[in-house]
Design a protein around this ligand. Structure first.
Ligand code: RI2
Length: 319
């Protein structure tokens, strides 16, 4: 089950920063249920091994290490027996999954207030949090339409138009490179996030920063919908968020790529949008300007610089 989930996350059968986090926690929960251990220390060690397998599956979405860190933190306490450690751990996993789903719902409710009647929206990739805002706005009767991009090379745009279609929201499906062409018609860009650094920079699907730049030029608002566990604590220390570069075969089939001797296919999965191109980040704790990222990390995630200095296990990305 654990190896199976790890493989599904790697291959992107399970994808989307929020879903990855929840599936990883569910896999840890299952692992904890069946893990045989004679002592609490042995149980802790077995769980740490499992956690490290999951953390290493995809390097960019900070939701993954943050989620794992939050449930694994339970095991740092003293327990009288393996049974009690297991019980607390399972409870922490259940709470995380429930809180994560509730966060998406709250983001939807807050984000919907920023969508006005007559608005034209543009979205990129397939974000549960961004879609929650659109679906809630539609549910409460806002009249708007959406431009949804294709999202090469993995075509997550197809998932997005599937959801918008099901809700009955009028949608235009465009290739990624048509984003600027239509930007003057757009009132609000709304995207999700895989990670947000302490300076408010937003890491999201490759192409997001081009869209944000075009939006900036056209004076179109950019709203990011992201749960607070997508903020990256270790960026406080100046660590960078590592951008995943995926298999070139996702971009060009090997039989075609093989014909080129001097061409290297590059396939970064994410890019970084600077804070100045983002108007608002909608979290479950409220809508904030990106410049408030440090406050989210310190006051909501509860990480302060001292935590790192006292050897707390890392839950940000290195690179
Ligand atoms: P939610 C996805 O990454 C996209 O970049 C999307 O915007 C982001 O995660 C957030 O998604 P990928 O897994 O958590 O498709 O809002 O590479 O669903």
């Amino acid at each position: 089950m654990l190896a199976d989930t790890a493989e599904k996350i790697k291959s992107m059968e399970v994808r989307g920063a929020g879903r990855i986090a929840r599936e990883a926690v569910k896999a840890l929960r299952d692992h904890a249920t069946s893990l045989q251990a004679a002592t609490v220390a042995e149980f802790r060690e077995g769980m740490e091994e499992a956690a490290s397998v999951l953390v290493s599956t995809r390097p960019t979405a900070v939701s993954l290490p943050n989620a794992i860190h939050s449930v694994m933190a339970t095991l740092r306490r003293d327990f009288p027996s393996v049974g009690s450690a297991r019980g607390e751990f399972l409870q922490a996993c259940d709470s995380f999954v429930a809180a994560s789903l509730l966060a998406v719902k709250k983001i939807g409710e807050i984000g919907a207030r920023h969508i006005r009647d007559g608005d034209v929206l543009m979205t990129h990739c397939n974000s549960e949090a961004a879609l929650a805002c659109m679906l809630e706005a539609w549910r409460i009767g806002r009249d708007f339409s959406v431009f949804a991009t294709e999202v090469r090379p993995r075509n997550q745009g197809l998932l997005t138009i599937g959801t918008l279609e099901e809700a009955g929201i009028p949608t235009n499906f465009i290739v990624d490179s048509a984003a600027r062409y239509f930007m003057n018609e757009v009132d609000l860009v709304i995207v999700g996030a895989d990670a947000i650094s302490v300076n408010g920079a937003v890491v999201n699907k490759i192409g997001t920063s081009q869209i944000a730049l075009a939006a900036h030029e056209a004076r179109t608002r950019v709203m990011v919908a992201a749960e607070t566990y997508k903020f990256a604590p270790r960026t406080i220390l100046g660590e960078f968020i590592r951008i995943e570069e995926r298999d070139p075969a996702e971009v060009l089939p090997p039989d075609i790529a093989g014909k080129f001797r001097h061409v290297r296919v590059r396939n970064p999965a994410f890019d970084v949008t600077p804070a100045e191109y983002v108007d608002l980040i909608v979290t479950e704790a409220g809508a904030i300007p990106p410049q408030m990222a440090y406050i989210v990390i310190r006051d909501i995630l509860g990480w302060d610089i001292g935590d790192f200095m006292h050897g707390m296990p890392g839950n940000g990305r290195e690179g």
